[in-house]
Design a protein around this ligand. Structure first.
Ligand code: SAH
Length: 367
């Protein structure tokens, strides 16, 4: 089987090249050339690499591949949101979602197949099978999206895939090494070149890892807060039992850059009658006092069998008003791609479910 060069550092690419007989003195230069073809131009075939002699192209092609994971399903929402189900291995699939705006767009990237956190309002948490994605699989989601929207070579300006949000399936800080490696590749200026300011990592609150994110990546940080009291947050985000609200907020307070222009985003899912009162909005403002922050209110996105409903518009508006009056911007996140189960918290398990029902139908037909 051919080995993939995707998801490797330049040094690792050089090492791969050494193993196939590229002379030591040429390793760095060759690794840089490959980097340019893979990440700046999006090339998938060695034969297209015109700065590399035909003989070496063939040698590389004999052992290496730049193939993307197979797209098992591709869907497009009425609002233009696109979702891909990528087949990584038999039975191991992951979703990414592209959310276009008029003059830019964000790719929502997954870090795990499934998730271990079991947040009660999140569909991904109901999925039975979980594993970490490799750095290659994380980077491949970006390559796949760039292929699909035809954005090669990496444009300097006017990109339609301008932002990355680590808000897909999984908890990125439970797969930190691979996420870190993948994002370093995505940020690299000689390749995809999406700056750390345009990358947001969202966590359910793995407090001790937050300082690492600041030090290693310096990207934007989003915290899935969702409740202002530990008893309720324990229920909604069980990880809170391990890292309660005060510990989480302390980690946020020391996130570098929070002091100057950088703002931390607090995500707050609006669950009808559960966490959406004006009292809770006031408590939220009190909790985050002193943190340079904005509060992103996320209308709950329903999924089959979900134990919650979305707050009504008036409750969301009243909540936003309190937060806004306290000096925090409080945008309400427009649900995107709900019709294809691509909105926040709707990812992946739907695909498994569909496939399970398809299997059942097949079994029924066979019987
Ligand atoms: N594990 C990380 C990354 C997932 S980001 C984290 O928890 O932050 C996905 C965001 O969508 C999180 O804020 C998550 O809490 C939120 N979410 C999950 N299920 C949702 C739902 N059904 N409706 C709206 N938002 C949801």
């Amino acid at each position: 089987m051919k080995r993939s060069l995707i998801g490797l550092t330049r040094e690792e690419i050089a090492e791969e090249l050494r193993l196939v007989g590229v002379p030591d003195r040429a390793l760095r230069m060759r690794a840089n050339q490959l980097w340019h073809w893979i990440y700046y131009r999006g090339t998938t075939s060695f034969a297209a690499m015109t700065t590399i002699a035909k003989g070496l192209q063939a040698d590389l092609d004999a052992v290496f591949t730049l193939e993307r994971p197979a797209v098992a399903a591709a869907q497009c929402s009425v609002d233009g949101t696109r979702k891909w189900l990528l087949a990584l291995a038999p039975g191991q699939e992951v979703e990414s979602v592209y959310i276009p705006e008029a003059d830019r767009g964000a790719l929502c990237v997954s870090s795990q197949v499934g998730c271990t956190l079991n947040c009660r309002f999140c569909h991904t948490g109901t999925q039975d099978w979980v594993r970490n994605l490799t750095a290659a699989e994380i980077v491949a989601q970006v390559l796949n999206a760039r292929d699909a929207i035809g954005e090669w070579p990496s444009p300097k300006e006017g990109r339609m895939l301008s932002n990355i949000v680590m808000m897909g399936m999984g908890e990125p800080l439970y797969n930190y090494d691979n996420v870190k490696k993948a994002l370093a590749i995505v940020m690299d200026n000689e390749g995809i070149g999406i700056s750390r300011r345009r990358i947001t990592l969202s966590t359910a609150g793995v407090a001790p890892m937050i300082e690492h994110v600041g030090r290693d990546l310096g990207c934007e940080l989003a915290i899935s807060l969702h409740a202002v009291r530990d008893d309720l947050r324990n229920e909604l985000v069980p990880l809170n039992k391990k890292y309660p609200i005060q510990e989480l907020l302390a980690a946020c307070r020391s996130y570098p850059g929070a002091a100057n222009s950088r703002r931390i985003t607090f995500e707050y899912v609006m669950l009808r009658g559960v966490n959406d009162s004006v009292t809770e909005a006031k408590e939220l403002v009190r909790l985050i006092a002193g943190i340079h922050a904005k509060v992103n209110l996320i209308p709950f996105n329903p999924w089959p069998g979900a134990p919650y409903a979305c707050s009504d518009d008036e409750a969301i508006a009243a909540f936003a008003e309190v937060v806004n009056r306290a000096g925090y911007s409080s945008p309400v996140r427009t649900p995107r791609g709900r019709d294809i189960m691509a909105a926040c918290g709707q990812l992946k398990s739907a695909s498994i479910k569909q496939r399970a029902s398809a299997r059942a139908a097949e079994a029924g037909a066979a019987a």
